[in-house]
Design a protein around this ligand. Structure first.
Ligand code: SAM
Length: 208
């Protein structure tokens, strides 16, 4: 990413609506649908403003969510939403994804959304290994990431070009080129399903 998250925190949710929530078949809705409304602990790694988890906390009162991020600016926007909707099943913490401070095997689910492509491989692997440690045996991970657009439609291609412009010139193409089966297997996760969208993908992983 060519700018700091603190500097874009106030406009992040507007950008999010344009790029990830247009149309019926939107990936944020798919992530929402993958989380059951049962008595589970969820960790949202690099939660940002809580784009995935605020609605889950609101509509699925049985889940308990912890979001971590290292940008106070992003978390502050998320915290305002938590207090606006008076949610008591979600908590945000200022914490680094490569140095998580949780009990081992505590969480049932983890969400890692739109961050691995911005991390160098070493940091991404540390993030996945930390996530592995804090997940229960057979715990699930939902990954939301970019892929190259697979058709010539105007909007997805334009959106992808704009995203590419703001991403790191080396890390972004490098991430897109990885063999994802191997990438996740290296860190103890197996891809169970992949759901493709216009320029994004959701992987459902299971901890091995
Ligand atoms: C593109 S945003 C994605 C936010 C959210 N997951 C979503 O899907 O909208 C990436 C977030 O990762 C956070 N981040 C980057 N590196 C991090 C790290 N090492 N530890 C914790 N958070 C980090 C940034 O502050 C930012 O909020």
């Amino acid at each position: 990413m060519k700018f700091s998250y603190n500097s874009v925190a106030l406009v992040f949710d507007i950008i999010d609506k344009i790029f990830f929530r247009l149309g019926k078949n939107n990936p944020r809705k798919a992530i929402y649908n993958l989380i059951p409304n049962s008595n589970i602990n969820i960790l949202d790694v690099c939660t940002g403003t809580g784009s995935n988890v605020i609605k889950i906390a609101k509509d699925k009162p049985n889940v308990k969510i912890t979001g971590i991020d290292n940008s106070q600016g992003m978390l502050s926007v998320g915290l305002k939403k938590i207090s606006k909707y008076k949610l008591n099943n979600i908590n945000f913490l200022l914490q680094d994804a490569v140095d998580m401070q949780f009990e081992n095997k505590f969480f049932d689910y983890a969400v890692i959304s739109l961050i691995l492509h911005e991390m160098d491989k070493n940091t991404a692997y540390k993030t996945l290994q930390n996530t592995h440690n804090v997940l229960k045996d057979n715990g699930k991970v939902i990954i939301f990431e970019f892929i190259y657009p697979e058709n010539n439609k105007f909007f997805p291609n334009l959106a992808f070009k704009l995203i590419k412009k703001v991403e790191d010139d080396n890390l972004f193409p490098e991430f897109l080129s990885y063999d994802k089966e191997k990438y996740f297997m290296d860190n103890g996760f197996k891809i169970e399903k992949a759901h493709k969208f216009q320029y994004t993908v959701i992987y459902e992983l299971v901890k091995l």
